[in-house]
Design a protein around this ligand. Structure first.
Ligand SMILES: [Mn+2]
Length: 375
């Protein structure tokens, strides 16, 4: 059997204020046709970007699962992610199951597998360790909960089947992206929610969501622990990542990837102002979503306006910092060395992106002379 695994759709997300739902609808269409080659679909959480999703995002989701379950007649197994409102997402569960849509929204759901042919899929939503620990009688940490849950599942599982775990969590050794807001936050506090790969030993495949970069980790006994990644790039740190859906073959126990057409491209340029202007003339992809850093000018409005004319989807812009290093102490030290005209000139460059002309410099000089006289 072939299982198509995807996650972290984040329907309704914006990229620096640019709504991406139109592109996400494109992905949903792609997914419906890609799934024709599969026997089941797993979506490992973060269906929506916010727990109370917009009506447009809900409509998009509704269209996707209708397409997969009703038109393509495929079973779809979903676990709620930390961005989802789990109770909302999993409402009408019994009714949906009758149509082949299996959504786990509460921790206990993880222990009732969805059986598809020779395969059992255990689907565990993102969990709060304290609540899950009370249910399992273990320590209230993510690692202890997952260890106890895996043990319980595997002790009850039929080993003649292919046993798959779908979950939304941070596995040790995984790499977070800029758009993994909660994963990044956990890194900042020391990664206490990291789950050691050894707890996944015994499963045939672990279909994870939460980290936005597609990546394969391997447990000590050789279980493939896979993040499918987001279907589209949701931050500039993902500009170079190829976005794919993952296919797990239950017969050969191997994974393969199918590339997803993005519909948009993210691009980063770091260069001097003149080089950027010159290169822009022959740039065929000026409608890309851009992040530009000008290395030889301060980030004033003038430089921004000029570049925005060339790149209408300029989403992030910055110039060099006053010290060139971003160190404010060094900047202050450097500024103290400058005469007042040079300092004013630099200030004007930073604010406007262009140097003051001869007339302006003369006016400045006069103004400073007047000031000194009056002092
Ligand atoms: Mn996510």
């Amino acid at each position: 059997m072939k299982i198509l695994h995807t996650s972290d759709l984040h329907l309704g997300i914006s990229l620096l204020n640019v709504p991406l739902l139109g592109y996400q609808r494109g992905f949903c269409e792609y997914l419906c046709s890609a799934a024709e080659n599969a026997d089941a679909v797993i979506i490992s959480g973060d269906i929506f970007d916010t727990s109370v999703a917009s009506s447009e995002a809900v409509r998009c989701w509704s269209g996707l699962v209708s397409g997969l379950c009703l038109e393509k007649k495929l079973p779809v197994v979903v676990c709620a992610g930390n961005h989802d409102g789990a109770a909302r997402l999993s409402s009408c569960g019994e009714l949906l199951r009758a149509s082949g849509l299996y959504i786990s929204g509460s921790f206990e759901d993880a222990f009732s597998p969805v059986i598809i042919g020779d395969t059992a899929i255990y689907s565990m939503p993102y969990f709060n360790p304290a609540g899950a620990a009370a249910f399992l009688g273990c320590k209230p940490t993510a690692a202890a909960v997952m260890e106890a849950a895996s043990k319980k599942i595997l002790s009850e599982a039929d080993k003649s089947r292919v046993n798959i775990l779908a979950a939304h969590c941070f596995a040790a050794g995984g790499t977070a992206s800029e758009s993994d807001i909660s994963a990044k936050a956990s890194e900042a506090v020391g990664g206490a929610d990291r789950i050691p790969l050894s707890v996944f030993d015994g499963f045939d495949y672990v279909a994870l969501g939460h980290l936005h970069k597609a990546q394969t980790l391997v447990s000590p006994s050789g279980t493939i622990v896979r993040y499918s990644g987001t279907p589209l790039p949701y931050s500039f740190s993902e500009a170079e990542q190829e976005k794919t859906v993952t296919i797990f073959d239950t017969g050969s126990h191997t994974v393969s990837e199918m590339p997803i057409p993005a519909g948009y491209r993210l691009r980063t340029i770091n260069d001097t102002f003149d080089n950027i202007l010159e290169a822009a003339e022959n740039d065929p992809d000026r409608s890309d979503f851009m992040k530009i850093t000008v290395t030889d000018r301060y980030g004033g409005d003038g430089a921004y306006m000029k570049l925005k004319e060339l790149y209408p989807n300029l989403l992030r812009f910055s110039g060099k910092s006053i010290s060139g290093s971003g160190n404010s102490e060094a900047a202050a030290h450097e500024a103290a060395e400058l005469d007042i005209i040079s300092l004013a000139k630099r200030y004007a460059e930073e604010k406007r992106g262009i140097s003051p002309d001869e007339d302006e410099l003369e006016w400045l000089a006069e103004a400073f002379e007047d000031m000194e006289r009056s002092e």
